[in-house]
Every structure is written in structure tokens, then in C-alpha cells.
Design a protein around this ligand. Structure first.
Ligand SMILES: C[S@@+](CC[C@H](N)C(=O)[O-])C[C@H]1O[C@@H](n2cnc3c(N)ncnc32)[C@H](O)[C@@H]1O
Length: 277
């Protein structure tokens, strides 16, 4: 693929989704977009690229973004943030005097559902320690296909073997042929919605906790800053933000600060409820 054609995809993805495509990913464009070009009836990527030079159908742009997203995820991915959620964050709210006993959690790039369902399982397990509390998990993603998979809640043997303790598999999943389906009580705890992180977030409402893990790594610095700035507005002064292991606020935004000894957990810089770095 020549540089001019590469730039067409680079600009389209940046504008539509924030994803930054570097030249070394040319192979990714070719391997992922070849099947898409065929699906759209084009003879090859070059013909599809020509369409993009004009005013392309909106659905084609959506399909290109979907094809170029990376949906890698797993249950209890990196485990530690889920321990922190259970052992630090939930007890903080439980002990907070005057709290409404309603927790709203946003899983901001939820992929095929393993992350929000991991949170739902923790909440189910912890419910007895938090009587009278209600929990709402809103899970969003830019990919319609991946949201459909998440809503379906069916996982392969390989997927349930990655990070999911066997006790939770037995308790919250039902085997169906060669797949495992998440049980209705856990599924019903998660509301899925299409949402592009570049859009205005106000309509999503306020949250106590935001999980935005392993998506900002694909964005450039100004986009990361803007997204975190918008999340800052949705959180109360004592809200919590979880980022992925390869993500940070350092050198990007002053809106949040890291919680010492709690890798991946951030609080508002103005927040005073917990001692942070
Ligand atoms: C690597 S997965 C991370 C999933 C999960 N948070 C985790 O850590 O396991 C990244 C997800 O971000 C989604 N994504 C990429 N760009 C996005 C955007 N602009 N708005 C919302 N979601 C986006 C992708 O579709 C993908 O499902």
C-alpha cells in the first residue's frame, strides 16, 4: 500500500474513532480490510480506497472502524485491578457516610463483555456485605459486532479458561454445546450501549467508578487528555478511574492522580478522600 492510500485510512480512523495508525501497521490494514472490501463487492482494497476519496457510505466507514479495532480482552484481565475494586473501592463506598447506596459503574470500552461481567460477578459475590445497595453497570464500545457478542454472553472454552476462576465458572455459567453462556442474573446486571469515546459523554449521566482500560493506548496524547477530561466531569470528587496496565495520566493530564500502591487506579487531583501520589 502506498503512503497516500495509507494516509486515507489513517485520517479516517483518527477522525472516526481516535485510533492512531502507524506506518508499521500497513499489514494490519491489508489483512483486515481485504475481506471487508470483498464483502462490500469491491475487487480489492484499492477500489475501496477510491470510494473513500469521495463521500463514502456512512456504513462503510463504520465497518472500517470495526475491522480496525483490537478487541483483545479476558475475564479478570490483569487480576490486580479487580482485587483493588473489591478490596479498596467497594469498601470505600460501603463505609461512606450518607451515600445513596447506589453505585453507577461505567465500563468504557467493554469489548466482548468479559470486563463488565467480571465486575458483575464481584458485585454479586459482595452483595451480602452491602445490604440494600444497588449496582448499575453501563458497558459501552464503538464496535456493534463486539457489543452483540457481549450481549449474547457466550464464550468458548478457551475464553473461560483465561482468568476466570473455576468456582465462578461453575456458579455463573451454563454449558451449551461447546460454549459457556453467562447466567441471566449476571447478564441482567450489565446494560450495553454503543458509545464512541470521542463523543459528548454528558448523556451517559454521572458515574462513581469508570473502567477505561486498554483503549487509550491506541489514541494520541491530545485525544487521551480530552477523553480523560470528559470522564473527569462525569465523576464526583471522590470517584475512581481505572486505566490499563500500559496507560497512565503522567504527562497527559493533571485531572487525575495515581493512587499509590494501587496500580491502575486513579482519583481526581481535587479529590481528598484518599491519599494519592
Ligand atoms: C483492547 S479492547 C479492551 C477491552 C477491555 N477494556 C479490557 O481491558 O480487556 C479495546 C476496545 O476499545 C474499543 N474502542 C476503540 N476505540 C473506541 C472508541 N473511540 N470508543 C469506544 N470504544 C472504542 C474497541 O472496539 C475494543 O473493544
Amino acid at each position: 500500500m502506498n503512503i497516500t492510500d495509507f494516509d486515507i485510512y489513517k485520517d479516517l480512523l483518527k477522525k472516526a474513532s481516535g485510533l492512531v495508525l502507524t506506518q508499521d501497521k500497513t499489514y494490519l490494514i491489508e489483512s483486515r480490510l481485504n475481506p471487508l472490501a470483498k464483502k462490500w463487492g469491491y475487487s480489492d482494497i484499492a477500489e475501496m480506497t477510491n470510494i473513500l476519496r469521495g463521500v463514502p457510505p456512512k456504513e462503510l466507514v463504520i465497518d472500517i472502524v470495526e475491522a480496525m479495532t483490537t478487541n483483545e480482552t479476558s475475564f479478570f484481565r490483569d487480576s490486580k485491578p479487580f482485587d483493588i475494586f473489591k478490596e479498596t473501592v467497594l469498601p470505600y463506598f460501603k463505609d461512606k457516610v450518607g451515600h445513596s447506596k447506589k453505585l453507577r459503574i461505567w465500563c468504557a470500552a467493554s469489548s466482548s463483555g468479559q470486563e463488565p461481567y467480571s465486575l458483575a460477578m464481584i458485585l454479586k459475590e459482595e452483595q451480602a456485605k452491602m445490604p440494600g445497595w444497588t449496582f448499575e453497570i453501563v458497558a459501552t464500545d464503538i464496535s456493534h459486532d463486539i457489543l452483540d457478542q457481549a450481549k449474547e454472553g457466550m464464550y468458548t472454552q478457551f475464553e473461560v479458561q483465561r482468568g476466570l476462576p473455576i468456582t465462578l465458572l461453575m456458579k455463573y455459567f451454563t454449558q451449551d454445546g461447546d460454549k459457556w453462556g453467562i447466567n441471566k442474573d449476571i447478564k441482567d446486571m450489565v446494560q450495553y450501549k454503543y458509545f464512541n469515546l470521542l463523543e459528548n459523554m454528558i448523556g451517559l449521566g454521572k458515574f462513581d467508578i469508570v473502567f477505561c482500560r486498554n483503549v487509550l493506548i491506541y489514541f494520541d496524547q491530545p485525544t487521551k487528555k480530552e477523553v480523560m477530561g470528559n470522564m473527569h466531569k462525569l465523576l464526583p470528587d471522590d470517584g475512581f478511574l481505572f486505566l490499563g496496565g500500559a496507560e497512565t495520566v503522567l504527562g497527559i493530564t493533571d485531572d487525575f492522580k495515581a493512587m499509590p500502591d494501587n496500580r491502575g487506579l486513579y482519583v481526581k487531583s481535587v479529590g481528598t478522600h484518599v491519599k494519592a501520589a
